[in-house]
Design a protein around this ligand. Structure first.
Ligand SMILES: Cc1ncc(COP(=O)(O)O)c(C=O)c1O
Length: 403
C-alpha cells in the first residue's frame, strides 16, 4: 500500500447535496449502511418531538394512534401492500428477529440462507435453528455470476421437503447485488416454502409490489433509501400468517380484548414507551425525496442506478478488473473485490484497515467489507441524489494510488 501523496482536492457533490447536512470535508459514498437524512426531514422530526413533549400524555392518548395509522397507510401505498398487515419496527434486524423468534420450528425443519445474507440476520436464523433443533441451510453462491438465473437455480436446488422458510434479500449487503427476489419469491412459495424478504435495501432503491409478490413476510428500512430518520422500518405480514407473529416486546396489546385486527395493531403500535417520530416522519421523507426530482421515485432509482453503474466501471478500471455481475443485478449499490494478501476475518465494528486508510488519507467514506464466507474483501459504493460522478473518479484515483 503506497501511503504517498494522498492530498488530492476533494470533488464536489451534486447540486442537490445542500439538502443533506453531510460533512463537506468527506466524500460520502456509503449511503447504504445507515442512509442519510435531509435537513428538512430532520426539521419535521424536531417538530413532531416538540408536539410530543408539549404534553406527552395527550400526544400518546389522542394523537399518536391516528398518526401511526396515517404513516403506515402511506407506506402501504408505496409498497402496494395490504395496510392491515403493515406495522413498524425500529430496523430490519428487528423485523427479521420478530418473525424468526415467533415461529414454532420443529427439529429437522430447514431454513435457507444464501451466503450473501446480512450477517446479523443470518445470525438470527442460526439462533432460532440451534434452539429448536432445526437446521440452517447455507446456499453457497459465487459473487461473480453471469446471469441471475444461476442464483435462482442454486437456491431452488437447496429446497427439500423439510424447508419451511427462506431468507431472501432484495439487494445484498456485502456484495451489493440486486437479487432476482421476485422470481425467487414466486418459485419458493410455489414449492411451499415461506419467504422472509429482507428489503433492508428496499423502499427507494428497487420497486416493490407486495400485493403482487405476496411474500409471507417482508421487512425493510425507510432510513436507508427513503432517507427518513434512523429507526424507521416496516414489517409486512401476509394475512394468513398474522396469527403466528408477535412483536419482540410482548406488551399491553397481548391481553387486549378486541378484534384480531385491533389486537394485532395494538401489539405492534405499542412496544412500550419510545420515540415514535422516526415512524411518523416516513410520509414526509417519502414526499420530500419524491419532489426533489421530476419523475419521482422511478426517476430517483434510475438516476442512482446509472451513477452506481458508472462508478462501478471507474472502480473496476482502477482495480484492473471487470464488472463482476450483470448490470441487471446492480441497483444504487455496487461491489467489487479488493485485492488482498491478508487472511479475511470477520467484520468488525471498528472498520476494515483499508476502509480506515481511505477515510484518514483521502476523506472517503466507503465500506470495505471482509466477507469470510467468500474469502474476499469487497468495496461497495452507493449512489444517492447528493452524489456526483467526480466523487467516484476521486475514489478510483485513490485506489490506483493505494493498491
Ligand atoms: C441486507 C440487509 N439486511 C439487514 C440489514 C440491517 O439493517 P438495520 O441495521 O437497519 O437493521 C442491512 C443493513 O445494512 C442489510 O444490508
Amino acid at each position: 500500500m503506497d501511503t504517498g501523496d494522498a492530498r488530492m482536492s476533494l470533488p464536489s457533490r451534486s447540486n442537490l447535496a445542500h439538502h443533506w447536512p453531510l460533512d463537506p470535508q468527506t466524500v460520502f459514498l456509503n449511503h447504504g449502511s445507515f442512509g442519510a437524512t435531509p435537513s428538512e426531514v430532520l426539521e419535521e422530526q424536531g417538530r413532531l418531538r416538540g408536539l410530543l413533549e408539549r404534553d406527552p400524555v395527550r400526544f400518546f392518548e389522542r394523537e399518536y394512534s391516528d398518526m401511526w395509522d396515517e404513516s403506515r397507510s402511506a407506506v402501504a401505498r408505496m409498497l402496494n401492500a395490504d395496510v392491515d398487515g403493515m406495522v413498524f419496527v425500529s430496523n430490519a434486524t428487528q423485523g427479521v428477529n420478530t418473525v424468526l423468534r415467533s415461529l414454532d420450528l420443529e427439529p429437522g425443519d430447514e431454513i435457507i440462507v444464501p451466503d450473501h445474507s446480512y450477517q446479523a440476520c443470518w445470525n438470527a436464523v442460526d439462533y432460532v435453528t440451534r434452539r429448536s433443533g432445526a437446521k440452517t441451510v447455507v446456499v453457497e453462491i459465487p459473487f461473480r455470476v453471469e446471469d441471475p438465473k444461476q442464483v435462482i437455480d442454486l437456491i431452488m436446488e437447496a429446497v427439500t421437503e423439510r424447508t419451511v422458510l427462506a431468507l431472501i434479500d432484495t439487494v445484498t449487503s456485502p456484495t451489493g447485488s440486486r437479487m432476482p427476489f421476485e422470481e425467487l419469491t414466486n418459485r419458493l412459495q410455489s414449492r411451499g416454502v415461506d419467504v422472509l424478504l429482507d428489503a433492508a435495501h428496499g423502499p427507494g432503491i428497487v420497486p416493490i409490489d407486495l400485493s403482487r409478490l405476496e411474500p409471507a413476510y417482508c421487512v425493510g428500512n425507510f432510513h436507508k433509501w427513503t432517507c427518513s430518520p434512523k429507526g424507521s422500518a416496516f414489517l409486512h405480514i401476509r394475512k394468513d400468517r398474522k396469527d403466528l407473529i408477535h412483536p419482540l416486546n410482548i406488551s399491553h396489546g397481548f391481553s387486549f380484548e378486541g378484534t384480531a385486527q385491533e389486537k394485532f395493531e395494538f401489539e405492534f403500535a405499542w412496544p412500550g414507551t419510545q420515540d415514535p417520530t422516526p415512524w411518523l416522519c416516513i410520509p414526509k421523507a417519502m414526499s420530500f425525496m419524491e419532489e426533489l426530482v421530476v419523475g419521482g421515485w422511478p426517476e430517483i432509482m434510475r438516476r442512482n442506478r446509472d451513477l452506481a453503474l458508472q462508478g462501478r466501471n471507474l472502480i473496476c478500471d482502477a482495480l484492473g478488473t471487470t464488472p463482476p455481475v450483470p448490470d441487471t443485478m446492480v441497483s444504487a449499490l455496487a461491489s467489487v473485490e479488493v485485492p488482498t494478501d491478508e487472511e479475511v476475518g470477520p467484520m468488525s465494528l471498528d472498520g476494515d484497515p483499508f476502509h480506515n486508510y481511505l477515510l484518514d488519507e483521502y476523506s472517503i467514506q466507503v465500506p470495505v467489507m471482509p466477507w469470510r464466507h467468500h474469502d474476499t474483501k469487497y468495496i461497495r459504493i452507493s449512489a444517492q441524489l447528493y452524489n456526483h460522478i467526480d466523487e467516484y473518479r476521486y475514489l478510483a484515483d485513490a485506489l490506483t494510488d493505494s493498491l
